[in-house]
Design a protein around this ligand. Sequence first.
Ligand SMILES: Nc1ncnc2c1ncn2[C@@H]1O[C@H](COP(=O)(O)OP(=O)(O)OP(=O)(O)O)[C@@H](O)[C@H]1O
Ligand SMILES: [Mg+2]
Length: 472
Amino acid sequence: MPHPFVRAFPRASTWILVTLATARLIPALIRLLWPWRRELTVVIGLLALWHLLDALPWTWLALSLYLALLAGIAAWTPARRWLLWWLRCGRTRRALIAGLAQSRSANLDGQLPRITSTRPTPVGERITLRLRPGQSYELLDARIDQLRAAVHAADVRLNLDRTRTNRLTVDVVRRDPLAATGPIPWADDDADVLSIWQPVHFGVSELGVPVRLSLPERAVLLAGNRGAGKSSGMTVFVAHAAKSPDAELLLIDANRVQLAPWAARARAFAAHDPDDAVGVVELARAELDRRLDLLVSLPGIPLGLTPELGAAHHLPLWLLFVDELAYHCSVAGTKTQQNHFYATLRDVVARGRAAGIVVIAATQRPTHDLIPTSLRDLFDIRIAYRTMTRASSDVILGDDMANRGYNATDIDLAARGVNWLLAENRDPIRTKTVWIPAESRADLAVTTVRHRPGPSAIPVTRRPIDDPEVTP
Ligand SMILES: Nc1ncnc2c1ncn2[C@@H]1O[C@H](COP(=O)(O)OP(=O)(O)OP(=O)(O)O)[C@@H](O)[C@H]1O
Ligand SMILES: [Mg+2]
């Protein structure tokens, strides 16, 4: 039985019903088409263009102009690239929303995180999310596998804005631009003199940004497979330090080929002899104690070495380079020598910050026995070159990093010099190390000898160790 109002006003009630239905339909239609707005804009643009040209008297002329305009856009690289990027960002956005919905990331009100922007990056796309009440970074982090598959990408990385924890960026990784990048030239190659207090040009990030690392108060660990690029990475630090009159070098290199050429610039050099190696680390420790005594005796007891203090008291920064850490810790010499080497080195890493002694160590063997967490965490800058296992990658970068997408096994075997760099307590970034060719290295090793402060003391030799008490 129709409502009395309908019976009384049939025409008006029909209009009201139609208006209400339309008012409901339109938002539903907009919601349905909204994710496809970019594609729809392109279609509407094409139709509008055709409509405009249709006003021309000859159809053949309109058609030719139409096709010429389309061909022009396709041939003009910036316009074509921009259009493809724009459409691709829209596609990724839809895929991410679907992934979030299907992995049950909505809050109790059924709302998904809000996408505030999507933009292309050299590795894929970057999407900025605003979380709703009830959602968290950890919630999405637990769904990373589903999200990775939903956006059809090689990887997905979540980065939290630590100052506003409801904001996070999702980096969709589709390609590795560093793998295809040629050798990265060293920006400071032309500089005649540098300072060790200036950041070292270490490489380039996958977003194409130069990466500079500051060495004072830091300790650096480079690790990865054989031939992955550790020694070449270490050479960049050596080259910068060698050009810096305010730096002294102490070198330990069992292989000799990498660091031996710099021996004349160094205060001390040790190769495969365990006593020599222990001599170098003991030299560093003796200097460390001397400097700490000096700092304590100064007015106001400064908390650490500064460029001003260094200049006033003739205290250059000391850089202790150890290439192939495992050799002197677990291969060469007796167990006592190994333990003594390890314990002394560890002490220098732990206490060297205030005294201006920086340890830069490299190893092929990133395992828990060689680098226990307690030692690893003393290194503020950790560089993971390609590793064979996720466990090795985590030994360098930190627990669970591989699960979060920072995984050194995903570095291509042929991509030498590519690494995951963890510095300044931020999430790791993917970089490629600067490449200093052999000829430049040889030249630098000779021309920088003039910066060597004090008399030469190479190689260091010492009495054999007779203290069996020391344990790592
Ligand atoms: N940044 C780079 N750019 C281009 N090529 C590189 C780079 N780093 C390393 N390579 C190439 O990889 C080779 C091996 O590098 P490197 O000797 O540094 O590796 P490694 O990790 O120290 O190896 P090992 O563990 O055997 O000592 C170099 O000779 C060079 O050809
Ligand atoms: Mg090496």
